[in-house]
Design a protein around this ligand. Structure first.
Ligand code: G3I
Length: 672
């Protein structure tokens, strides 16, 4: 960092220190301060750089926070970090807990709407500490930002440290007013443009309906003709905890419910004649664990299958019919079961499966068909649904449901990236429709912007390809009846850092919006004024780590370190930790688009196999696989053709188990 900039940043940080009590620590030789700037919860004192979140008890013991009596899965502690808006931050917590997993969530107020953004998650146990850590960008216009700990369940959590740090240079927006909102009525309507093909929907929090600022409602009403409540109809918001827990005998078989959270959005849709997708009745997540216990007591025994089936039937019956009675005709489709397939094959292990058994999906659809108002469509909804192996699992699970005539639609969530081939995606839609005899809703579409030179433009170009494929599929008879975007603006998305939606935070349309429109008009997405020509530099890529640096990056949670013990020279790269085998070392190869690359390297590991793979969502083509079980250096090489017009592509190295691997002498060159 340049000296002048250090002074400005240091002065800004000193101001910030006074403002929020952050820690500034001496840096050693490079300058007066250690970067990044850090807010570190002090668990020796109440409310010192942390606060209690939700309903629970927090006891401070030996510099740790012991959280008990947690009434909700997100009850615990939060680190407020409002002053960090407009910065990328790292949040790291050391946690032990009997809950299976713990997650860090960023929340903030954005023009009167509340957003929840996933920062990181990890598995936890009671007898060892786990580090949960991730980076996240806090939007520049976010107010009251804080990062909190939530868990899969309401069991106790012990936190020994929790800190939020600035990544890179500090961008001081503390005194800067938020940006003005654009006029949303000036943008041509997506739902009108797509009226001949399918409904064009959006997920929205109820805060849009209660917001003093009506511009978000105007955007919603102008653009969309189907609405999904983002959280308000999930069991944790519909089950009436205070009634059920206060009188478990009374509500034992028929849980008490209420619609306080959902009413504003139901009222709005009824008044404005906007049809709604109900999301969701039976889900492993955002369903309080007490729901699965005898007498709703998490310290007692799990309920029996018979009792749980009664609760399930009564819940489905009462929720669907309360909505129909009070808001006739508003909800036209329900996600009856959400995310029952596991990420690693088969059915997800969860309370529903444990208590009821593998047939819980079938039973849920049976009850929904039996009690659901006639004409309301019944959907199964899941993510990574376009990936071949998960699709196989979902089809296996749903065939008996379809055979019984209890399902009308497949909900393809579609949290995707521009690395997914649109043809594979629409083929998956066709397979579901053909195999199950159901209609298709794309229910939660968002598309991570590529890490390219022109991410917004490239995302727009991808959206045109994606929607062209969707429209072509529809014309060819694939029964796609609704496409729902998961959120109104990038800043309101649960993945806001990845800028995955169609509108900027200030409500103006993005190139992604333009791409969706161009799919119909055949027009081209306009290049922005700051468009950068992609490099046509075909200089071979070579790394031997002798400069003690690495030029690629970690994939997901991999930890990379240049270490001694190189293949020929002194150094090589160590890839360790991470939560999955595919958390590896990733290198951007976009500059070779249109060419065949030859990749060579040496690698050693105790894992049986190491692989080099092209990072194409949904297919991940393997470039080369080497047997590494011997623990000795092994050479790998292979070729891969990168399609012309590819705007962003990485290749990555991974091992077949969680063992670390060491890699050296990586060479990537165009060979045609
Ligand atoms: O409701 C509580 C509130 O009372 C409390 O004050 C606040 C702070 O603790 O937390 C609120 O709960 C948050 C909830 O959103 C709002 O109802 C949760 O902590 C937060 O984790 C939750 O995030 C939602 C996430 O589902 C939970 O899994 C996101 O907004 C929502 O976009 C996301 O949506 C899911 C779909 O339902 C299913 N498919 C995946 C998709 C993305 O995860």
């Amino acid at each position: 960092m340049k000296k002048g900039l250090i002074k400005i940043v240091a002065a800004a940080m000193a101001g910030l220190f006074l403002l929020c009590g952050c820690e500034l620590r001496p840096k050693g030789t490079d300058g007066p301060y250690e970067f990044p700037l850090t807010i570190k919860a002090d668990f020796n004192e109440k409310d010192k750089f942390w606060q209690t979140n939700g309903s629970c008890k927090v006891k401070l013991e030996n510099g740790k926070a012991v959280i008990t009596n947690r009434k909700e899965s997100n009850a615990g502690i939060a680190v407020p970090c409002a002053e960090y808006r407009g910065n990328t931050v790292n949040a790291t917590a050391m946690v032990s807990s009997e809950n299976d997993s713990v997650r860090l969530t960023l929340t903030y107020d954005i023009y009167g709407n509340v957003s929840y953004v996933t920062v990181a998650s990890g598995d936890t146990t009671a007898d060892a500490e786990s580090q949960i850590s991730g980076n996240i960008e806090i939007p520049a216009n976010a107010q009251n930002a804080k990062i909190y700990i939530e868990a899969s369940d309401v069991r106790d959590i012990t936190v020994s440290s929790f800190e939020v740090s600035i990544v890179g240079d500090f961008n001081d927006l503390t005194g800067t007013p938020v940006e003005e909102l654009a006029d949303p009525t000036k943008t041509a309507s997506l739902s009108a443009a797509y009226a001949d093909y399918f409904k064009f929907g959006v997920a929205s929090p109820a805060s849009v309906m209660t917001n003093k600022n009506d511009k978000f409602r105007k955007l919603l009403k102008t653009q969309f003709n189907s609405v999904t409540p983002e959280n308000e109809l999930k069991p944790e918001n519909v089950l009436d905890a205070s009634k059920c827990l206060a009188d478990p005998a009374k509500y034992n078989e028929s849980p008490a419910i209420h619609f306080d959270a959902a009413k504003p959005i139901l009222d709005y849709c009824k008044k404005n004649n906007i049809p709604m997708r109900g999301h969701t009745l039976v889900w492993y997540s955002q369903t309080p664990s007490w729901f699965f216990y005898e007498n709703y007591d998490v310290n007692g025994n799990l309920a029996s299958r018979e009792l749980m089936l009664k609760r399930m039937e009564n819940y489905i019956d009462s929720v669907m019919n309360w909505c129909e009675k009070n808001y006739p005709g508003v909800i036209y489709a329900w996600d009856v079961v959400n995310e029952a397939a596991a990420d690693d094959g088969g059915m997800r292990d969860c309370y529903w499966k444990q208590v009821v058994g593998d047939d819980y999906v079938e039973r849920a659809f049976e009850f929904a068909r039996k009690h659901g108002p006639s004409g309301v469509q019944l959907f199964y909804n899941d993510y990574n649904e376009y990936q071949t192996s998960k699709m196989g699992d979902i089809l296996t699970m749903l065939r008996p449901v379809a055979a019984a005539g209890n399902i009308d639609g497949m909900g393809m969530q579609s949290h995707i990236s521009s690395g997914l081939d649109p043809n594979n995606y629409v083929n998956a839609a066709k397979t579901y429709a053909d195999e199950l005899g159901v209609v298709i809703h794309i229910t939660e579409l968002d598309v991570t912007a590529p890490k390219s030179l022109n991410p917004m433009y490239d995302q727009g170009v991808y959206m045109k390809k994606l929607f062209s494929a969707i429209v072509e599929a529809k014309k060819a008879g694939v029964p796609i009846e609704c496409v729902t975007i998961w959120g109104l603006t990038d800043d309101m998305s649960w993945k806001s850092s990845t800028k995955p939606l169609l509108f900027y935070g200030n409500l103006s349309p993005k190139p992604a919006y333009e791409g969706v429109m161009c799919a119909l008009t055949g027009g081209e997405v306009a290049k922005p004024a700051d468009y950068q020509e992609p490099s046509s530099d075909l200089t071979p890529y070579y790394e031997d780590f002798e400069d003690k640096k690495f030029h690629g990056g970690p994939r997901y949670s991999a930890v990379l370190k240049v270490v001694e013990g190189g293949y020929e020279g002194n150094y090589c790269l160590e890839n360790s930790e991470g939560y999955a085998e595919y958390d590896g070392y990733s290198i951007d190869v976009t500059q070779f688009a249109g060419h065949t690359i030859h990749v060579s390297f040496v690698i050693k590991s105790k894992a049986d196999v190491c692989k080099c793979t092209a990072d194409i969502d949904g297919s991940w083509p393997n470039i080369v696989e080497v047997q590494t079980g011997s623990g000795e250096w092994v050479t790998g090489e292979g070729d891969y053709k990168i399609e012309e017009g590819t705007t962003s592509l990485s290749i990555y190295f991974e091992s077949s188990d969680m063992s670390p691997f060491y890699i050296d002498n990586i060479k990537i060159e165009a060979v045609d």
